[in-house]
Design a protein around this ligand. Structure first.
Ligand SMILES: [Zn+2]
Length: 394
């Protein structure tokens, strides 16, 4: 992860939205196809792959500004919930919102993510929690995938929290998802992944196992929210079930690191939520990396715990608070993010045959990316060979 394969004075040739050739400027400029190409001059700047944000809750309701103020003043999660905030507040707003409104909002967020250099986004359901609303969110994501330039991969996260209709009957809710929702979502091709929040107050290890087994049976690839606030056993469960990634891992320790290092499962770390909640315990990135685990970084974009569009900010947090090197952070947010989405053959690095998803940074050294925290160094974004940032003139 520390080897970025940097080419000093490099160039690449894009044809039909894919990387046709990459190497030294002299070699690329001498190719006959290059003579006819339109040139984008990036002299003195860094060119790198677009970010792959492999964990977002893109459709998650309006900003939770009152929750934010209450938490700053010391209110507990429970007190915020009792005052009408929290996840259930977002759920009610999603249930009553029109699809049109949700598509408009999600496209706006995707546009902002693109401006910070994200070119591929994973997006979860999980704020509808009933049949109609979960399908509504997944269709919103489907529309987003078609109506704007970023790649959007959908995840069914029905197992986010137990909805009010099933209060005190969580097992019935899990049964219902396994029987009614998972097969339907799969049949309608509305999601590639199924995800579960394996945590105290959400779903137990046993319920998570039941849900993941059913999902795997229907052909979903699996993800798990694991070890965020307590050691839930979710990491080991994810590995056992062959999950493509286990996400969060703030509480993971040596056992989880050892198990992950022997597996093909990616450890996706989400420092934005630790930062926004004002917590001190970041995921143990050094332990995971030094144990030989494959680590990815993502925003965890959502209104409750991580309201950020900015992968550059996530990289700054990973370096300053988790002791990842700038090179490790870049690998984690590009190629490893792509692995966490099963997309590494198409995106995440600038190699022959891959999608031409790339960034031109207003920086002369890649280390400036995490170093100038809170800023946006992205000058240009090219998605499948087309300039999308700055927006082309019509
Ligand atoms: Zn999440």
């Amino acid at each position: 992860m520390r080897e970025l394969g940097i080419i000093e004075d490099g160039a690449l040739l894009i044809e039909n939205g894919t990387v046709a050739s990459v190497g030294s400027s002299r070699r690329i400029e001498n190719l006959s196809e290059a003579k006819r190409a339109r040139e984008v001059d990036a002299t003195g700047r860094v060119v790198m792959p677009g970010f792959v944000d492999s964990h977002t809750h893109l459709v998650c309701g309006p900003p939770r500004l009152r929750d934010y103020e209450m938490r700053i003043s010391g209110a507990s999660y429970q007190e915020i919930g009792e005052a009408g905030g929290g996840i259930l507040h977002s759920m009610r707003s999603i249930r009553s919102a029109s699809s049109k409104r949700l598509v408009w909002e999600a496209k706006r967020y995707l546009h902002l993510m693109g401006a910070y250099g994200t070119t591929t986004v994973e997006a979860k359901s999980g704020y509808g929690l009933d049949h109609a609303s979960e399908l509504k969110i997944l269709r919103v994501l489907e529309a987003c995938a078609l109506e704007q330039p970023l790649d959007v991969l959908s995840t069914y996260l029905g197992a986010h929290v137990v909805p009010p209709e099933y209060q005190d009957r969580p097992d019935d809710y899990v049964d219902w998802m396994c029987r009614a929702m998972l097969p339907q979502v799969r049949r309608r091709k509305l999601a590639t992944f199924a995800d579960v929040y394996c945590e105290r107050g959400a779903f137990t290890l046993e319920q998570s196992r039941r849900y993941l087994s059913a999902a795997r049976g229907f052909g979903f690839r699996l993800k798990v929210h694991a070890d965020q606030f307590s050691q839930s056993g979710g990491t080991q469960l994810g590995i056992e079930m062959g999950a493509v990634s286990v996400d969060h891992l703030e509480q993971a320790g040596a056992e989880e690191a050892a198990a992950l290092s022997q597996s093909g499962t990616i450890a996706t770390l989400l420092p934005g939520s630790v930062f926004h909640l004002g917590l001190e315990r970041y995921p143990p990135a050094r332990l995971l990396l030094d144990s030989g685990c494959a680590v990815a970084l993502a925003t965890d974009f959502n209104m409750g715990t991580s309201p950020t569009f900015s992968m550059p900010m996530v990289l700054s947090l990973a370096c300053a608070r988790m002791r990842m090197t700038p090179a490790e952070a870049i690998s984690a947010s590009t190629i490893n993010g792509a692995h966490a989405l099963g997309m590494a053959g198409r995106v995440g690095s600038l190699e022959f045959g891959k999608q031409a998803d790339l960034l031109v940074l207003e920086a002369s050294d890649y280390r400036e990316l995490p170093y100038f925290f809170g800023s946006n160094p992205v000058a240009q974004v090219i998605k499948k060979g087309r300039v999308i940032v700055p927006r082309p003139e019509k």
